[in-house]
Design a protein around this ligand. Structure first.
Ligand code: JFZ
Length: 559
């Protein structure tokens, strides 16, 4: 990772970022007023994009400011929610793509203090409430897209002309980033986004500006052009194996970032806790989003979900905070592992019955217990095979954590089982994919996804992110089941790049599997190491009903 702002090693915040794992993302702005409806009509897509989606003129959208009066906003309550959820940092939209500053800005009149009846700066209160509770505080700042400005990226309906990004950068983005760094105390991080238009020099300039004003403040990689301190993936996109570099998954609780009245597709605490564990076990952080209303209220559902996660973390936090990623490669979805010096935490996500087998550990286990109740766990170890005796049922509905003490500070793993050992077979579990589209469902019993309804954008697909992909040619096999009436459904398996553009596509046709799961070879596909990651997508076409199921895809190296 050359070319990065070279401060990561020195930054205390970066070290801390790696320890604290779990944060609260907040998307709050004028878009909370329409809340996903415009002129009485439901608007598709993420709520904070409504201006873009409906191509609302600046003049018209700007009038929303006159109504923005979040009298119920309570900074202490928001920070308290983060604390209750077990979250250790908070990132809030200082200015999103709509260009409206949610803080007191001298650089632009288009801000909450100058342009709304509220007339106060909620960010001041929030920065303080977080600091009072020891929660690290940072800002999201849209540095490239600004639909209010003729020279920024994004607004082609008011400003169809050529733009000069440099003007916007100099007149608005840089002055505002300076304000944020100067007026809100020490910032933990700045979260830039969608780096369109800006050159590498622009990205370096902004990055340097942050480090100049606050050397310890960290910056995410959406600053652009390979700059920034750490990577982040897309919404709920989780890499399939552990990685050494630091990364973060920003994710929604429903399907929008900014508040939308009609979005009730809440994820369950179970799903989110498992994702948190999965992410942390692979070396990432989880930044979970809430979208407060225009009155300043965080939706009740979001609060309930977050507090349920916090309850689990109260008991099991030891296995999350301050841990390092799994030393093991993952072949299945039964368990995940986090580590501390002399300890391995096995997170049992899919109960395997009375025994948990872990292959590949060279270190000797000296003791094991469940985190939930402290009861010791019987185990046996011979060679590199370790087995734990388990009760019939999980002790925790989400994730039963088992702590094993080992006789090494850092676990020694058998060659071939290490997290970064190259593999000739890559298994892509449905359960580990990102569900793209709004309809997909998952069934625990058959470990398969279903409900691949025909839809336009976004399509219903499973997406897998393979970071550091091995090089070579692979057979692509898909394990699926399909009832008679859906026989003939087309299945596609596509390779995409970081810009989500497909460059290879394989297709096949499902047959009636008479209720069983079968494997279909779709063809051959090449993977290249040169990419940051390989994105693989699998979807169905022409499925009239919701019945075909996909359990997993397997890539097998052709030698
Ligand atoms: C961006 C924003 O456009 C969106 O409104 C929200 O703020 C979100 C957190 O970030 O959307 C993105 C940007 C990048 C990816 C996905 C969504 N990505 O790289 O997959």
């Amino acid at each position: 990772m050359k070319d990065k702002v070279d401060t990561a090693e020195k930054s205390q915040n970066f070290e801390l970022f790696d320890e604290i794992k779990f944060g609260l993302f907040i998307h709050w702005g004028l878009y909370a007023i329409p809340a996903g409806r415009w002129q009485g009509e439901y608007v598709r897509g993420i709520g904070e994009w409504i201006m873009h989606q409906k191509e609302i003129p600046v003049k018209e959208y700007g009038q929303l400011a006159e109504q923005f009066n979040p009298v119920k906003f309570d900074a202490a309550a928001w920070a308290q929610l983060a604390e209750d959820a077990g979250m250790k940092y908070m990132v809030i939209t200082a200015k999103h793509h709509d260009g409206f500053a949610m803080y007191d800005s001298q650089a632009s009149e288009y801000n909450i203090v100058s342009a709304t009846p509220y007339r106060k700066d909620p960010m001041k209160a929030l920065a303080k409430a977080c600091s009072d509770r020891g929660i690290k505080f940072g800002f999201y700042y849209s540095h490239a897209q600004d639909w209010h400005e003729p020279n920024a990226a994004g607004n082609h309906w008011d400003f169809p002309e050529e733009r000069e990004y440099g003007i916007y950068l100099k007149d608005k983005a840089i002055p505002q980033v300076k304000e944020l760094l100067r007026n809100y105390g020490p910032l933990f991080l700045i979260w830039f986004d969608t780096p369109f238009l800006l050159t590498k020099e622009d990205a370096i300039e902004l990055g340097d500006l942050v480090k100049h004003l606050q050397p310890d403040c960290i910056v995410n990689s959406r600053l652009g052009h390979g700059q920034g301190d750490y990577e982040q993936t897309g919404d709920n996109a989780i890499p399939i194996q552990p990685m050494d570099e630091k990364w973060e998954v920003p994710a929604t609780l429903n399907e929008t970032w900014g508040y939308k009245t009609d979005d009730n597709k809440w994820k369950s605490p179970a799903d989110l806790i498992r994702k948190l564990v999965n992410i942390v076990s692979k070396g990432g952080n989880y930044l979970l989003n809430v979208g407060p209303t225009a009155e300043g209220i965080i939706p009740e559902e979001s609060q309930l979900i977050l507090r349920a996660i916090g309850k689990w973390l109260k008991v099991n936090g030891e296995s999350i905070y301050g841990t390092t990623h799994s030393p093991f490669y993952y072949d299945d979805i039964v368990w995940r592992c986090t580590a501390k010096p002399g300890k391995l935490y096995f997170h049992i996500l899919n109960w395997p019955g009375n025994r948990l087998d872990i292959p590949g550990l060279e270190s000797r286990v000296t003791g094991a217990r469940f985190l939930t109740n402290g009861n010791s766990v019987r185990f046996s170890q011979s060679g590199h095979n370790l087995s734990f005796e388990l009760p019939d049922l999980p002790l925790d509905p989400y994730d039963t954590v088992l702590v094993a003490e080992i006789d090494d500070e850092v676990a020694r793993i058998t060659s071939g089982y290490r997290y970064n050992d190259p593999r000739d077979v890559i298994v892509l579990h449905s359960a580990e994919s990102r569900f793209q589209g709004e309809d997909l469902l998952y069934d625990d019993d058959t470990e398969s996804s279903y409900n691949f309804k025909e839809s336009s954008e976004p399509r219903n697909e499973l997406w897998w992110y393979i970071y550091h992909p091995p090089e070579g040619k692979f057979y692509v096999d898909v394990e699926y089941s399909c009832p008679k009436r859906d026989a003939g459904t087309e299945i596609s398996f596509r390779r995409g790049d970081e810009m989500l553009i497909d460059d290879i596509s394989l297709t096949g046709y499902l047959k009636d599997t008479e209720g069983k799961f079968e494997t279909l070879r779709l063809g051959e596909m090449t993977l290249e190491t040169s990419r940051k990651y390989t994105l693989l997508k699998c979807g169905l076409k022409g499925s009239k009903s919701v019945q075909p199921r996909i359990r997993k895809a397997t890539l097998t190296k052709i030698v």
